[in-house]
Design a protein around this ligand. Structure first.
Ligand code: DGY
Length: 322
């Protein structure tokens, strides 16, 4: 093959993509914070052998049908609900993601979100900075304890297990629900497998880490929130569309649950006017689960390695296997 072409859908640091530039002609969308327009992407794929995509780029049949030379799509995320895997199979395109390198960083963020929600950190910070702190009071910004409470993790893969490890350090009781039993988490961390409903009824902190699929769509619905304790906090770092956000809003408004810490939303970026953002018992973050500088560099490097291997006719390090 003549020198292969790779298109990167966001501006990334030149230093991080240097190895890729040595083996391919690399073109990059010029903006860091604005996604590449769909028409530009559809144009670029026509001559590309590799794509480095963000979770906001849709890789579907329409795109793949216009990409006769495409061999690999390297997605800068562990989640891949933006990629049509069946269409990739039909077009002989290898999809890759970035598992492992982001596990601990994402687990840190999940736990930070849990703590910020439980101990009302963002609310307290705003209260102080807005000059509202006039007197100390015994219940001023009093939140919920985290230590010795029950954490219920829905989606006990790598990140779930890393969250459970952190919870163990806080002497929490760890219960989980997952498609398959996680033997490692059970034997090493004392995590206990639970039915979904039983987890909802028992947990003080319900942590959602499940990916978005046809089966998980809207799993956290009105029924689910009604089952949770009125003091429960709901943490979502999985995917937004696994939650019925109208039901979540109503549950928070009506005191069915006490609060929520959200890093992901059905629509991203979530509009500023969204009802969920009007609630002080909601901590909301702009999908920054894996956003540490070190980890983002490792994710980019892994994407480049996956592309380089595939373009050289070798097996990538982390192809998406379902
Ligand atoms: C992912 O990589 O899928 C995570 O959502 C990033 O935070």
């Amino acid at each position: 093959m003549a020198i292969p072409k790779v298109f990167i859908t966001r501006r990334l640091p030149e230093k991080c993509i240097k190895p890729l530039q040595q083996v391919a002609e690399v073109k990059m969308w010029s903006e860091e914070y604005k996604p590449v327009p769909r028409e530009v992407l559809l144009q670029e794929v026509q001559t590309s052998h590799g794509l480095l995509t963000m979770l906001s780029d849709r890789v579907d049949e329409t795109l793949l049908a216009q990409a006769p030379q495409l061999k690999c799509v390297a997605n800068l995320a562990v989640g891949y609900d933006n990629i049509d895997l069946e269409a990739c199979r039909l077009h002989h395109v290898i999809p890759c993601n970035t598992p492992d390198v982001l596990t601990e960083t994402t687990a840190d963020l999940v736990f930070a979100l849990l703590m910020a929600s439980g101990r009302r950190l963002i609310e307290a910070n705003d209260y102080l900075k807005q000059g509202k702190w006039q007197e100390w009071g015994p219940f001023l910004m009093a939140g919920a304890d985290i230590h010795h409470k029950t954490i219920g993790i829905v989606g006990m893969g790598r990140i779930g297990t890393a969250v459970a490890r952190r919870a163990q350090g806080f002497a929490m009781n760890v219960i989980y629900h997952n498609r398959r039993r996680n033997v490692e988490a059970e034997s090493e961390l004392g995590a206990r497998f639970c039915g979904f409903e039983s987890l909802l009824e028992t947990a003080d902190f319900v942590v959602n880490l499940i990916p978005y699929t046809e089966t998980t769509k809207g799993l956290f619905n009105q029924n689910a929130f009604t089952k949770m304790k009125k003091t429960a906090l709901f943490i979502n770092a999985g995917r937004g569309a696994t939650v019925d956000e109208d039901a979540l809003y109503q549950a928070l408004l009506e005191g069915e649950i006490a609060g929520a810490g959200l890093d992901v939303f059905s629509q991203e970026p979530i509009p500023k006017e969204h009802p969920l953002l009007t609630l002080e018992q909601v901590v909301a973050l702009p999908h920054i689960g894996s956003a540490s500088v070190e980890t983002r560099k490792q994710m980019i490097s892994l994407c480049c390695k996956n592309l380089m291997r595939t373009l050289a006719g070798e097996k990538p390090i982390t192809p998406i296997e379902t």
